[in-house]
Structures are given as C-alpha cells and as structure tokens.
Design a protein around this ligand. Structure first.
Ligand SMILES: NC(=O)c1ccc[n+]([C@@H]2O[C@H](COP(=O)([O-])OP(=O)(O)OC[C@H]3O[C@@H](n4cnc5c(N)ncnc54)[C@H](OP(=O)(O)O)[C@@H]3O)[C@@H](O)[C@H]2O)c1
Length: 264
C-alpha cells in the first residue's frame, strides 16, 4: 500500500545527496506522492537541472541547497536554508565511495572527508532535523547504508566502517524514538544502478544485475514504519545479516574477496 507521506509525516522532505542515483529516485518518489522536496548536492548545474525535472514532472515545490556534506558547517547551513519549512521526512542519502582502494593508498584527508559526510553529518542531521520531529510527534528519517556494513573487508575498510555507523545509529534511534511518532529506517542496499556505482565498476560494468533506484526508493517509502532495518532485495528484508551464520573471521575473508593471503 502506498504510504500517505504528507498526511503522515508533513509537507516537506529533504534528500541530502538528491541530484542523481538513489537520491534522485527518492526525490521523484516523494514528489510523486505529493511531497515538496529540498534537494542537497554540490554540483550546481546538475542539481538545478534535476530540480527542474522534478518540478516539471510533479506538481510540487522544489528547493535546492548547494553545499558539501563533508564540511563541518553543512548541517547548520541546511537548517538555516530550511528554517521556514515543516520538514516531515529526511533522507540522508549521500554516502557512496566511488574509488575502492587499499586504506593506505588513499590520502588521509579523503578518509576524513568520507567520515565527516557519512558519520558526523549523519549524526548532526539526525540531531538537528530529528529533534524537531520528535518534538512535533511526527516525522521519518531514512539513513542509507550498505551490505559493506555487515563485516570489514579489504579495499573498503573506511567505507564499510562508516556504513556500520549509519546502520547502528539508525537502529538505536529507531529504538529511542519508537512511540514518539517518528519512524527511523536504516536502508541497506547492495549493488544499485547509479552513476556512483558505475564509476566504481568502470567500463567493464557489472557481472550481476544491479538494483533499480526507483524500486529502492518506492519500497523504502512503503516501509518507513517497518524499521529499524530494511534490506532491499533480501528474501527477508527485516531479517538479520546474511553473513550471520559465519564466524567474524570468515565473514571478513568473504567480504575481502580473495585479498586475505593466508587465513588461519
Ligand atoms: N549504488 C550502490 O550500488 C550502493 C550500494 C550500497 C549502498 N549504497 C548507498 O546508497 C547511497 C546512495 O548511493 P548512490 O550510488 O546513489 O551515490 P552517492 O554518491 O552516495 O549519492 C549521489 C548523490 O549525492 C550527492 N553527494 C555526494 N557527495 C556529496 C557531498 N559531499 N555533499 C553533498 N552532496 C553529495 C551527489 O551530488 P554531487 O556529486 O553533485 O554532490 C548526488 O546527488 C549511499 O549512501 C551509498 O553508500 C549504494
């Protein structure tokens, strides 16, 4: 059943990282259900062109906020830019890592920027936007996470760690805010057909089918109240980790895809 987004949560939604990929799909799906949207991203021409597309396809208001979610002022800037709006749904989408490499082959600033965008500012978004929702007694937050959160793995040590942070943060907030009228969903994705994923895959592309971002967004919006965790594409989307039957070591070896030289 299609969720009545505006009736349940409020008239406006924010998509942090909302100009392409999964974020763009969320924006379309929210707007198609009558929700006005605030779209956040860095590349202004892409953001503005996408905002025009949403306006022309759906009869809703669209506000753009160009900022970099890896900076320490991003969330306070976003609060200021949206202070006149009744925000009922916040989707923290931006989080992909489009260059998978060994930990020491990336510079430290790249890692710190990833942590700021994927952890510090996710927490700040939950605090600054979730707080007013709890006060009002209605709202929803979706934190995007990944199968990379299930266990550590070579080439994605920092990325996987940030996604585990998002997963656990979503689950904890879901528990704390249960009964408050605010739904929290940690949305776990596996390979999905987005520009960011195609940058990771390179020209060779994928050997396995990629999920459709529109399916991801619509399914998540239909299950905002079915948290704490929704595993898109899983046989049991509210079930546990698919690696749960393995020892931690075997899970890490599996995630590392042949990189571990001599597992004992
Ligand atoms: N795609 C997959 O296969 C996959 C698999 C598992 C999990 N996920 C998770 O799903 C989420 C969405 O992934 P995605 O593939 O759609 O790509 P993504 O790179 O996470 O998101 C792209 C969107 O976020 C914006 N963005 C990225 N960095 C930003 C920053 N520092 N500040 C502001 N905006 C920023 C981009 O616009 P600008 O570049 O213009 O800023 C664009 O609108 C992520 O959290 C990712 O971890 C994806």
């Amino acid at each position: 059943m299609t969720t009545d987004l505006t009736g349940t949560y409020g008239p406006w939604g924010v998509v942090a990282g909302g100009s392409d990929g999964v974020g763009a799909a969320f924006a379309h799906a929210m707007a198609a259900r009558g929700m006005n949207v605030v779209l956040v991203a860095r590349r202004v021409p892409v953001l503005e062109a996408f905002a025009d597309e949403v306006r022309s396809r759906h009869n809703v208001e669209v506000r753009t906020v160009a900022l970099d979610l890896s900076t320490s002022t991003a969330l306070s800037e976003l609060v200021t830019a949206t202070s006149d709006l009744d925000i009922g749904l916040f989707v923290y989408n931006a989080g992909g890592d489009d260059r998978s490499a060994d930990f020491l082959d990336k510079d430290l600033d790249t890692h710190l920027s990833l942590v700021h965008r994927n952890c510090t500012n996710v927490l700040e978004a939950a605090y600054r936007f979730g707080g007013p929702m709890v006060e009002r007694g209605r709202g929803a937050m979706v934190l995007l996470t990944s199968g990379a959160a299930w266990a550590g793995g070579a080439h994605l040590a920092a990325y996987g760690a940030t996604k585990a942070f998002d997963l656990i943060l979503a689950e904890g907030l879901w528990a704390e805010w249960s009964g408050s009228g605010v739904d929290v969903l940690g949305l776990v994705l596996s390979a999905t057909d987005t520009p960011s994923m195609h940058r990771v895959l390179g020209p060779a592309g994928s050997t396995r089918p990629l999920a459709d971002p529109a399916d991801v967004a619509n399914e998540a919006l239909d299950h905002l109240g079915d948290g704490p965790t929704w595993i898109f594409g899983a046989e049991n989307p509210t079930g546990g980790s698919p690696l749960g039957a393995l020892s931690r070591r075997d899970a890490v070896v599996m995630m590392s895809g042949g990189k571990v030289s001599a597992p004992r």
